[in-house]
Design a protein around this ligand. Structure first.
Ligand SMILES: Cc1cc2nc3c(=O)[nH]c(=O)nc-3n(C[C@H](O)[C@H](O)[C@H](O)COP(=O)(O)OP(=O)(O)OC[C@H]3O[C@@H](n4cnc5c(N)ncnc54)[C@H](O)[C@@H]3O)c2cc1C
Length: 396
C-alpha cells in the first residue's frame, strides 16, 4: 500500500506530474451522491489489539518469474512482489503455472503458503495437476497475513529505471487477470473481497495536496496506473460542507479490499477441497528441493527467498500496522496527514506511511514499534475528536 493508492484509486492512476488535476476527477454527475453516515472509528490506544510488522519483498527488476533447473527438478520462481503481492497474485500464478505445465506434470510442489503460494497452488490444480504445498509457516503466521489488504497492483513493484516497457506489458496482463479473478470473490459469505469507499482528507485544496504528495515520490518506483485506467474508478472531490470530516477538503473513491483473514481461510479451504495437501517443511538450500518427489516445483517463498536462494536483489521494505478492534458499520478507508486507515471485517488497519516513499526501505527490523503505533492512532483520533459547541466544551 502506498499513498498513491489513496489519491488516485486502485493505483496511482495517471501520471501525477503530467495530468492536470481537473482531469483526475470524475465527470460531474447529474445527481449529487451524498456521503452517507460515517461510523466514527474509536481511535484510542486501548483498542489496539495487536501491532504487526511485515517486510515487502521488493526487487528493483520486479518479481522473479523465471524457471531454472536444480538437479533434475524444474523450479519456477514466483517471488518478489513488493507491496503488490495480494493484488497481482492470480495474474502472477497464471504466468508461472503456464511455465510449470509445459512439462505436463501430473504432480506439482508449491513451496510457501502465503498469498502467492495459495493462488499458484489453486491455479495449478485448475490446470489439472495434483498439488502439494510444502511450507515452513501457514496463515496466520505468514507475512501475507500482515498486509493492508488493498488493491495496490503497482505498489513497490519495481524501480522505473531498472525495467523496460516489456515489464510494463507483463504487469498489465497480470493486473488485468488478477482483477478479473478477484471480482469472482465478491459477494461470497464472509466477504473475503469487497469494494468500499476511501476518503482523502486535506486541510489545503486538493490540487495543492496532490502537488505536495508528488514531492514525496523520491525513490523512483515504477508506476503503471495508466495501463489499468480502464478498470480504475476515479476519485470525486466532495464539496466543502458535504462531508462529515473536520477538514475543508476531501475526495472519495471506490477501491477493492481484501479481508485477509477470511480470504486466506477461503483459499486454503478451496485448495484442500480440490484434493490439495499441505505439509510442514523448511528448506535451507536450493538443493534441498531435489529431495521432493515432484519434478516440477513452484517457489513462492516471498522474502524467504532471500535466504533460501541467496537472492540479495530482494530488499525488505518494512511496514507496520496498528490493529484497532473492528467496528460494525465501519467499512471505509481514509488517508489523513501521513496515516492511512482501512476498516476491514478482521480489524481496522492503521498505518503510518512516512513523510516520503523511502519510508521503511531496506529496513529488515520486524520488531513492532509500539510508540509509533500509538502515534498513528493519535493522528486518526484527530479526525473523530468530538466537535462540540464551544459552550459545551468550556468547563464551567
Ligand atoms: C505493511 C504491508 C502492507 C501491504 N499491503 C498490501 C496490500 O494492501 N495489497 C497487496 O497486494 N500487497 C500488500 N503488501 C505486500 C504483500 O503483503 C506481499 O507482497 C505478499 O505478502 C508476499 O506474499 P508471498 O506469498 O510472496 O510471501 P509470504 O506471505 O512471506 O509467504 C512466503 C511463504 O513461504 C514460506 N517459506 C519462506 N521461506 C521458506 C523456506 N525456506 N522453507 C519453507 N517455506 C518457506 C513461508 O513460511 C510462507 O508460507 C503489503 C506488505 C506490507 C509489508
Amino acid at each position: 500500500m502506498d499513498r498513491r493508492q489513496f489519491l488516485y484509486g486502485g493505483t496511482a492512476g495517471l501520471t501525477l506530474a503530467s495530468m492536470p488535476s481537473s482531469r483526475l476527477l470524475a465527470q460531474a454527475t447529474p445527481l449529487f451522491d451524498p456521503v452517507g453516515a460515517i461510523v466514527p472509528i474509536r481511535a484510542t490506544p486501548d483498542r489496539i489489539f495487536r501491532t504487526t510488522v511485515c517486510l515487502r519483498p521488493f526487487r528493483a527488476v520486479g518479481p522473479r518469474l523465471d524457471a531454472e533447473r536444480i538437479g533434475h527438478k524444474l523450479v519456477v520462481h514466483n517471488y518478489g512482489h513488493g507491496g503488490s503481492g495480494w493484488s497481482l497474485s492470480w495474474g502472477s500464478a497464471q504466468v508461472v503455472v503456464a511455465k510449470a505445465m509445459e512439462q505436463s506434470p501430473r504432480e506439482i510442489a508449491v513451496i510457501g503458503a502465503g498469498a502467492l503460494g495459495l493462488t499458484a497452488a489453486i491455479t495449478a490444480q485448475r490446470a489439472g495437476a495434483k498439488v502439494t504445498i510444502y511450507t515452513k509457516d501457514r496463515f496466520p503466521n505468514v507475512r501475507s497475513a500482515r498486509a493492508t489488504g488493498s488493491w495496490t497492483p503497482d505498489s513497490r513493484i519495481a524501480m522505473a529505471d531498472a525495467v523496460g516497457p516489456e515489464f510494463g506489458e507483463l504487469w498489465s496482463r497480470m493486473a488485468h487477470s488478477s482483477y478479473a479473478m478477484w471480482q469472482s470473490y465478491i459477494g461470497l459469505p464472509g466477504d473475503p473481497v469487497e469494494w468500499n469507499d476511501r476518503y482523502v482528507l486535506s486541510d489545503v485544496p486538493m490540487a495543492q495536496f496532490r502537488e505536495a504528495m508528488h514531492a514525496t515520490e523520491i525513490s523512483g518506483f515504477a508506476h503503471y496506473a495508466d495501463r489499468i485506467a480502464d478498470i480504475t474508478p476515479r476519485p470525486q472531490e466532495l464539496p466543502t460542507g458535504s462531508h462529515p470530516f473536520p477538514t475543508a477538503y476531501a475526495t472519495r473513491n471506490s477501491q477493492m479490499m481484501f479481508n485477509v483473514a477470511d480470504l486466506a481461510h477461503q483459499l486454503t479451504t478451496d485448495f484442500l477441497l480440490a484434493g490439495g495437501t499441505i505439509k510442514t517443511a523448511e528448506f535451507f538450500d536450493p538443493h534441498d528441493l531435489t529431495r521432493l518427489k515432484q519434478n516440477v516445483i513452484i517457489n513462492c517463498t516471498g522474502y524467504g527467498a532471500r535466504a533460501l536462494f541467496r537472492d540479495e536483489s530482494i530488499v525488505p521494505v518494512r511496514g507496520q500496522i496498528a490493529w484497532l478492534l473492528p467496528q460494525a458499520g465501519a467499512n471505509y478507508g481514509l488517508y489523513y496527514k501521513t496515516v492511512s486507515v482501512l476498516a476491514r471485517r478482521d480489524g481496522i488497519v492503521v498505518q503510518d506511511m512516512g513523510v516520503d516513499d523511502r519510508f521503511g526501505f531496506n529496513d529488515a527490523n520486524e520488531t513492532p514499534d509500539i510508540a509509533a503505533a500509538r502515534t498513528s492512532v493519535d493522528v486518526l483520533a484527530e479526525v473523530f475528536a468530538p466537535r462540540l459547541p464551544a459552550a459545551v466544551r468550556r468547563p464551567t
